[in-house]
Ligand binder design. Structure first.
Ligand code: PMP
Length: 370
């Protein structure tokens, strides 16, 4: 045949997710941990991996890892599910709680994967845009759920890419106001120390999402998990790919999770570097930096406030700042064409040297790059 039938209609015009990765000396675009797993743990990982039978299928549910996570959170194994990164679990959530005739509540600007998954699964999206300071429009969210018809909601805390936390009182009210599944995406929880996991005992409609990609330095391994009620986990198990979490990833994650205390110093360093970077960026002319509880900062290039007001708009100035940084070996993420994020770049917190490189290059841009 010299032709092929069109793919499913929901794919028409869909752009695949693009992390916009480019090679660079200083990688500050993907909110990764700048520090890799240390040599001692790598040794332990290699021994665990060396003991695996590669010819055998892995434990589909990774029960040993589930048990470690459950125990640490005071939950039963049945309340934990691991996935091939948080991304896979987000897709599973869309498969299990979305679908034709169903609706997800979204709070843009936020992680774009939620809306993409909704589209792939023919789920309608009810957007309640965030306020200018990026906090959730709490009254509007509660009004929307009161209208009915919401099957699941995703609230990111800290939100990506804006960095702010969702209010605990607001989340409690939301969980009380609806029987929709409320997914609280805590991918950056370890940097904020703020979690809704303590509310699981009170709310059967709560699902907390976490990842090993950030605080635990395992972005390359692909491991995420959810904490939820057993009935929510049961539904997710129905849609998941049975062997999506391979034996090697399970072994690596078991070692890392059992030794998670070893990552605390690195997390504390990133948090203190975040505050130093926040102070440094805040002093640069023509830029607004937003407070963050995560391992990244959102910076708005304010064209009107530039030392010599640039004729171009905020988005264009941000584009030029991105180019300027990339030309100096620093890769950051350009969000300047995302609605409500006009003029914004997101910078991940790196090592002190990487942050110095970013600050120096941005200072140079602010003073000489117009
Ligand atoms: N949620 C949010 C808010 C994120 O930023 C990310 C990573 N970019 C994820 C979930 C998924 O992370 P991973 O698939 O690496 O576990």
């Amino acid at each position: 045949m010299d032709r092929v039938r069109p793919s499913a209609p929901q794919l028409a015009g869909l752009e695949p997710y693009d992390p916009k990765y480019l090679p660079a000396r200083t990688l500050l675009s993907a909110n990764e941990n700048p520090l890799d797993v240390d040599a001692r743990l790598r040794g332990e990982i290699m021994r665990e991996v060396g003991a695996l039978s590669f010819n055998r299928y892995p434990d589909p549910l990774a029960n040993d890892l589930r048990d470690l996570i459950a125990q640490a959170n005071g939950l039963a194994r049945e309340q934990v599910l691991v996935g091939n990164g948080g991304d896979e679990l987000l897709f599973n959530l869309a498969l299990a709680w979305g679908g034709p005739g169903r609706t997800m509540l979204n709070l843009p600007p936020t992680f774009s994967v939620y809306a993409a998954n909704a589209r792939l699964t023919n789920t309608a999206v009810a957007d309640v845009p965030r306020l200018p300071d990026f906090s959730a429009d709490e009254d509007a969210v509660l009004a929307r759920v009161a209208q009915g018809g919401i099957d699941y909601a995703v609230v990111t805390s800290p939100n990506n890419p804006t960095g702010n936390l969702a209010g605990e009182a607001f989340l409690e009210r939301l969980l009380d106001a609806t029987d929709a599944l409320v997914v609280v995406d805590e991918a950056y929880f370890e940097f904020s120390g703020v979690t809704m996991a303590g509310a699981l005992a009170r709310h059967r409609n709560l699902c907390v999402l976490r990842t090993f990609s950030k605080a635990y330095s395992l972005a390359g391994v692909r491991m995420g998990y959810v904490l939820a009620s057993a009935e929510v986990v049961r539904e997710l198990v129905k849609v998941r790919q049975p062997y999506s979490v391979d034996a090697v990833s399970q072994a690596i994650a078991r070692v890392v999770y059992a030794n998670r205390a070893a990552f605390e110093a690195g997390v504390a360093r990133i948090v203190s570097e975040r505050e130093r970077l926040f102070g440094g960026l805040g002093k640069l002319p023509g830029m607004t930096v937003f407070p963050s509880a995560a391992n990244y900062l959102l910076v708005r290039m304010d064209a009107a406030a530039a030392p010599a007001p640039a004729p171009a708009g905020d988005a264009e100035r941000a584009g030029r700042a991105w180019q300027w940084l990339y030309g100096r070996g620093v890769l950051v993420r350009d969000f300047s064409r995302t609605p409500l994020l006009e003029g914004c770049l997101r910078v991940s917190v790196g090592t002190p040297e990487e942050n110095d490189a970013l600050l120096a290059a941005l200072r140079d841009f602010a003073l000489n790059g117009e």
